[in-house]
Design a protein around this ligand. Structure first.
Ligand SMILES: O=C(O)[C@H](O)[C@H](O)COP(=O)(O)O
Ligand SMILES: [Mg+2]
Length: 294
């Protein structure tokens, strides 16, 4: 079924919205860029709530925990409940503690930020991060495989470093050490541009080790499992709204959701959506989320 751009006709927009009871919103590139809300985001979400729609916020950004995202949303004028928010730090922590069932005497080495640490702590998973700074002479002797490190978990890290990668590489030389990524987005949309994404933090480790991490963010259905561990919903009455074809839209399609809506305020472009032979195609798309208001 070819994709189509939703026109601004009120009856068409209303008919689209009426098909769904719940909207799963990606965040970076859909609701905001960095700390800046995209146009009329709060009004759009408030309007959907007045129509009785349920909203979920489903982000691959692992730098913040669910609790911190709740604060960010509220500070940006978007009221929400903690159990409406799902992030890749949470889906990763759930996977490690409840699927992998990492033994309690093992630790997780984290390349990433506070969100990952907070969600691992909430699941009672011991973990550690390297301090910032460059590699030191003694590190060349000290860094090596460590049986106590059961997992290397890699996410978006604005202080990525040679030292952090060197430590992770040594751990991953032990095939028993599990290699996980919160997500593998190649780029991160912020300030109207693209910057290195979480996937570009773990890619050097793949290059060094030949090992590909299991990713727990969209499009992985581990994220859907994490959501359904908190709440059940009729997938056929759910719509995934995203800015990235190979994460958000693929997640919605492979999750069997009733619909997918792409917006052009983040990573993917109209050319990519309309490309002949495109393998990931949203049902519909808009320039901006707020255009759904007509
Ligand atoms: O690099 C990343 O981690 C991603 O670009 C970013 O965090 C995506 O967040 P989302 O669009 O899923 O809210
Ligand atoms: Mg996004």
């Amino acid at each position: 079924m070819p994709t189509q751009k939703l026109t601004g006709k009120p009856e068409e927009l209303a008919a689209f919205i009426d098909k769904f009871d719940i909207f799963l919103f990606d965040c970076d590139g859909v609701l905001w860029q960095g700390k800046t809300l995209l146009p009329k985001t709060a009004e759009t979400l408030a309007h959907l709530r007045t129509l009785g729609k349920r909203l979920l916020f489903v982000t691959n950004n692992s730098t913040k925990s669910r609790a911190t995202y709740k604060t960010k949303l509220e500070e940006l004028g978007i009221p929400c409940e903690a159990d409406e928010i799902f992030c890749s730090a949470y889906s990763s922590a759930i996977y490690i503690s409840r699927v992998l069932k990492l033994p309690r005497d093992k630790r997780v080495y984290v390349i990433g930020e506070a969100g990952i640490e907070e969600e691992l702590a909430a699941e009672g998973v011991s973990h550690f991060r390297d301090e910032a700074g460059g590699i030191r002479p003694e590190d060349y002797d000290n860094f090596g495989p460590d049986e106590g490190v059961g997992v290397v978990l890699c996410g978006l890290d604005h202080e990525i470093s040679y030292r952090k990668l060197a430590r992770a590489y040594q751990y991953l030389r032990n095939p028993e050490t599990v290699f996980l990524a919160t997500n593998i987005d190649s780029t991160f949309p912020t300030h109207g541009k693209l910057f290195p994404g979480a996937g570009s933090m773990s890619a050097p480790l793949t290059y060094m080790t030949g090992r590909t991490p299991v990713s727990l963010g969209k499009p992985s259905q581990a994220m859907m499992d994490a959501i359904e561990g908190v709440l059940k919903f009729d997938r056929k009455r759910a719509c995934m709204v995203g800015d990235r074809l190979n994460t958000d839209i693929r997640f919605g399609i492979e999750g069997g959701l009733g619909g997918t809506l792409a917006v052009l305020t983040g990573v993917s472009t109209e050319e990519e959506i309309l490309e002949e032979g495109a393998t990931i195609v949203p049902d519909v798309y808009l320039d901006r989320l707020c255009d759904i208001l007509g």
